[in-house]
Ligand binder design. Structure first.
Ligand SMILES: [Fe+2]
Length: 316
């Protein structure tokens, strides 16, 4: 077998100076990542683990830009949504941060909007005897038709183990923080809110993990946390918590966490699949920014702040 390679990147979320908010450093870090991605020629494909945009659910222009930039790379890309492209995992109660979490529950419209620009998901395909699959686990517990679709895909449609030597699964939220068997983190506990925000709740986590094992998944790539952790193997499944691009985050989540920005290259050989971390050549120190952070209410969106003229429908 001739060795070959693929890339994985996540959490670019550059935003736009045409938006009601912008952070110049996040935009510049995405520029650096796209430049470095464009210089890689000897890979077969790119996996994009969500958060391609900062406010993609309300700005078509951010989705168009991400699609055009990814589409002009010298290899094909396969993307799943993140919560910045759509919205968050579901909860019926507000968390400890004062944020109105139930208002941020992902909707069917947001999920369908992402698919308009980046294609249907979940997806699964085989390339050179490696199966690649991607889905948006945040729909678990939502009751949306997309949740039913996800479980059917995970449990009935993915082929059983043994079909290919490797099966690489791409997701946005991390399946777990410290242990795949940990209980659901408490969003109403200030200490635990971040862990809840980054991970998949029980019982969905165990159900997904069982589906992964049934389908021979041996590598899981997740983003969302923007802090990289050395890969760890549970029941034969190797979990990579991947770096971010826009900005570092969650520096204190793990003692062995690494918040350097960058992406992974994976090399496939007879011996297996091995990773190389490619750090961004430069992490922006630009300080320019305006508008709110986090997940602002619609009434807090003031497009008159924009550094460049927004599209007509957003002009105030
Ligand atoms: Fe995210």
């Amino acid at each position: 077998m001739k060795p070959w390679s693929f890339l994985h990147i996540s959490d670019l979320q550059p935003g736009s100076p045409r938006s009601y908010r912008f952070n110049q450093a996040m935009g510049e870090n995405a520029d650096t990542a796209y430049k470095q991605l464009g210089e890689v020629e000897d890979v077969d494909l790119l996996l994009v683990g969500g958060d391609l945009t900062r406010d993609g659910a309300i700005h078509d222009f951010e989705c168009e830009e991400a699609r055009d930039r990814l589409g002009s790379l010298p290899y094909p890309f396969y993307a799943i949504p993140g919560n910045m492209d759509t919205c968050n995992k579901h909860t019926s109660v507000a968390g400890a941060t004062g944020r109105d979490d139930p208002r941020l529950n992902v909707t069917a419209e947001q999920l369908d909007h992402f698919a308009l620009f980046f294609g249907e998901f979940p997806w699964s395909f085989v390339h050179k005897e490696v199966r690649f699959s991607g889905f948006y686990g945040a729909v678990a517990g939502s009751g949306l038709p997309h949740e039913e679709r996800m479980w059917r895909w995970l449990e009935d449609e993915l082929p059983p183990a043994g079909e290919t030597k490797h099966h690489v699964m791409v997701m946005h939220y991390s399946l777990f923080i410290d242990s795949v068997y940990e209980p659901t983190w408490g969003l109403q506990d200030k200490e635990e809110y971040g862990r809840w925000y980054f991970s998949i709740d029980q019982p969905h986590r165990s159900r997904m993990f069982d589906a992964f094992k049934r389908s021979g998944v041996d590598i899981v790539l997740s983003g969302h946390i923007h802090c990289r952790k050395p890969p760890e193997t549970v029941d034969g499944v190797r979990f990579y918590r991947c770096a971010g691009i826009a900005m570092p985050q969650a520096a204190n989540l793990w003692p062995d966490g690494d918040t350097r920005l960058g992406f992974y290259r994976f090399d496939v050989t007879e011996e297996g699949i091995s990773e190389t971390f490619i750090p961004l050549e430069k992490e922006s120190t630009a300080e320019g920014k305006y508008g709110p952070g986090g997940h602002p209410h619609p009434e807090d969106r003031d497009y008159s702040l924009a550094w460049e003229e927004p599209p007509e429908e957003f002009r105030t």
